[in-house]
Design a protein around this ligand. Structure first.
Ligand SMILES: NC(=O)C1=CN([C@@H]2O[C@H](COP(=O)(O)OP(=O)(O)OC[C@H]3O[C@@H](n4cnc5c(N)ncnc54)[C@H](OP(=O)(O)O)[C@@H]3O)[C@@H](O)[C@H]2O)C=CC1
Ligand SMILES: O=C(O)[C@@H]1CCC=N1
Length: 268
């Protein structure tokens, strides 16, 4: 593709740009970026990635793909600005949480639309992405978009309705895990371990556990059992988690995020 235009140049847009350039999936010169007003941010990205500034919206006319990467609350205003400049068949790829394909079609007309829910690990090519398409996306384009996303992580095609859950799980998921590491660092400090030491130990523990889950086909409950010596330290720790309704807390976390995604869809 010769011309991919980002409408929105924040955290998620940069994660995609960084990952695609780092993995040589897309030539930086094929990427054009725009945002609402933060020119300094645009200049920073042009400097960092050698991408192009979208000079004005007339350049949207010959775009191969337009990527919507603004916050859901800003989507309506953004789409109203770009709508007049799109060609009839310009494809849209939206990373917006909650905002449905139907809503995008209401603002941008009937056209090929893909909804993707990636996460910021796209930065290092380790995203977990859910994707859904409308029926105007040809099989060739579906394969192309999936290939672009597979270059920066895993991609799972789902029904659009399931993207609420995907957003709540893997879209927001990195933040839950970062929060967990913050708690481990806080706990380690009580025993005189520096943040750096705890960080190194726990990052390796998380990475190793992830690899154990990926490499074997053992259930997490069995892997957990293999760690939990009867009457040992792990059992004591798990009991403390159970006493604080840890499992319920995680389920409620995901429920709340999934519900928020549905609210975002209604707010549009
Ligand atoms: N962050 C994440 O981990 C993930 C985010 N997402 C989704 O990605 C989208 C962006 O999130 P995130 O990158 O975190 O948000 P940021 O706040 O970091 O970035 C939002 C960007 O949108 C721009 N913007 C706002 N209004 C307009 C407009 N009218 N026209 C053009 N650009 C506009 C902002 O420009 P300016 O700064 O000039 O106002 C900014 O560049 C959201 O919809 C979110 O749901 C999806 C998966 C993961
Ligand atoms: O917090 C949010 O709404 C966005 C979508 C998933 C991750 N960040």
């Amino acid at each position: 593709m010769q011309k991919i235009i980002f409408i929105g140049a924040g955290s998620m847009a940069e994660a995609l740009i960084h990952g695609w350039i780092k993995k040589n999936v897309i030539n930086p010169h094929a990427l054009f970026i725009s945002n609402r007003s933060n020119k300094e941010r645009l200049n920073e990205l042009v400097e960092s990635y050698d991408v192009n500034l979208l000079e004005d919206h007339t350049h949207l006319r010959d775009a191969d793909l337009v990527i919507l990467a603004m916050k859901p609350k800003d989507a309506r205003a953004a789409m109203e600005v770009i709508a007049p400049h799109l060609s009839a068949d310009t494809a849209i790829l939206s990373v917006l949480a909650g905002v449905s394909i139907d809503t995008i079609e209401q603002h941008l007309g009937s056209r090929p639309i893909a909804r993707v829910m990636p996460n910021t690990s796209a930065t290092i090519g380790m995203s977990a992405s859910g994707i859904a398409f409308n029926n105007h996306v040809t099989d060739v384009k579906r394969a192309l978009y999936i290939q672009m996303l597979e270059a920066i992580g895993i991609v799972i095609e789902v029904e659009e309705e399931k993207l609420h859950a995907v957003t709540a799980l893997s879209g927001s998921g990195p933040a839950y895990l970062y929060y967990l590491v913050e708690a481990f660092e806080q706990a380690g400090a009580e025993f005189g371990l520096s943040k750096e030491i705890v960080r190194e130990l726990m990052v390796q523990t998380i990475a190793g556990s992830a690899e154990m889950l990926k490499s074997g086909n053992l259930e997490p409950s069995l892997l957990r059992k293999k760690v939990t010596s009867p009457g040992g330290t792990t059992e004591a720790g798990i009991k403390a988690l159970e006493s604080m309704s840890f499992n319920e807390a995680i389920v409620n976390c995901v429920r709340s995020a999934e519900n928020r995604s549905r609210e975002l869809a209604r707010e549009e």
